[in-house]
Design a protein around this ligand. Structure first.
Ligand SMILES: C[S@@+](CC[C@H](N)C(=O)[O-])C[C@H]1O[C@@H](n2cnc3c(N)ncnc32)[C@H](O)[C@@H]1O
Length: 177
């Protein structure tokens, strides 16, 4: 990511004065029970850490990364306040997923880099859960940050898909390897 884009994300998070909320992203709410309570999770592009801390509270050992040092600073404070350990890191995903152990949960909410789809699949343990939500062209104007129709099914259809949908400018999928 360019220095300018990173600075833009930092400025966005510096300008937000509401505290992050510890929660599973609402889009995955109907399949909350599919998320395990033990094992290892990786949250990529975790922002201010609300979902990462939710996973840690649920019982998982969590790694979470984002390119914005400001977001990660906030996320670390949230984990401290919530009294759960989370291994947060400032990582530019343009260089690929950070090296790490196979995971039981891989969460990617509101971040899209189709070049990472293969490595996301490969990072899942057998039985591991992928939960991904991206902007979509379905129900919205085309744009370079948006998934084309059927993109998640095409990339992740080999998983045992628990639930998925696309429309209203958003596409999401939850599946088990
Ligand atoms: C729309 S926010 C979503 C944050 C969080 N997942 C959530 O659900 O609130 C997108 C996030 O992607 C991060 N991001 C964008 N490009 C990135 C990159 N190349 N590497 C790592 N993080 C990136 C941004 O810093 C931002 O936190």
């Amino acid at each position: 990511m360019s220095t300018e884009d990173r600075a833009r994300w930092d400025a966005t998070y510096t300008g937000i004065d509401v505290e992050p909320v510890v929660a599973l992203p609402a889009v995955f709410g109907d399949v909350e029970d599919a998320f395990p309570r033990t094992g290892v999770a990786l949250d990529i592009a975790c922002g201010t850490g609300g979902a990462a801390v939710w996973l840690a509270r649920r019982g998982l050992r969590v790694h979470a990364v984002d390119v914005s040092a400001v977001a990660i600073g906030r996320a670390r404070r949230l984990a401290e306040q919530s009294a759960v350990p989370v291994d947060f890191g400032v990582v530019d995903l343009d260089a690929g997923l950070p090296p790490g152990e196979p995971v039981d949960v891989l969460l990617c909410n509101k971040f899209r880099d189709a070049s990472l789809y293969g490595s996301m699949l490969a990072r899942l343990k057998p039985g591991g859960l992928l939960a991904i939500c991206v902007l979509s062209e379905v129900g919205a104007a085309p744009g370079r940050f948006r998934a084309v129709a059927g993109e998640l099914r095409s990339a992740f259809g080999d998983l045992d898909v628990i639930a998925d949908a696309e429309g209203g400018g958003q596409a999401w999928l939850v599946g088990r390897r």
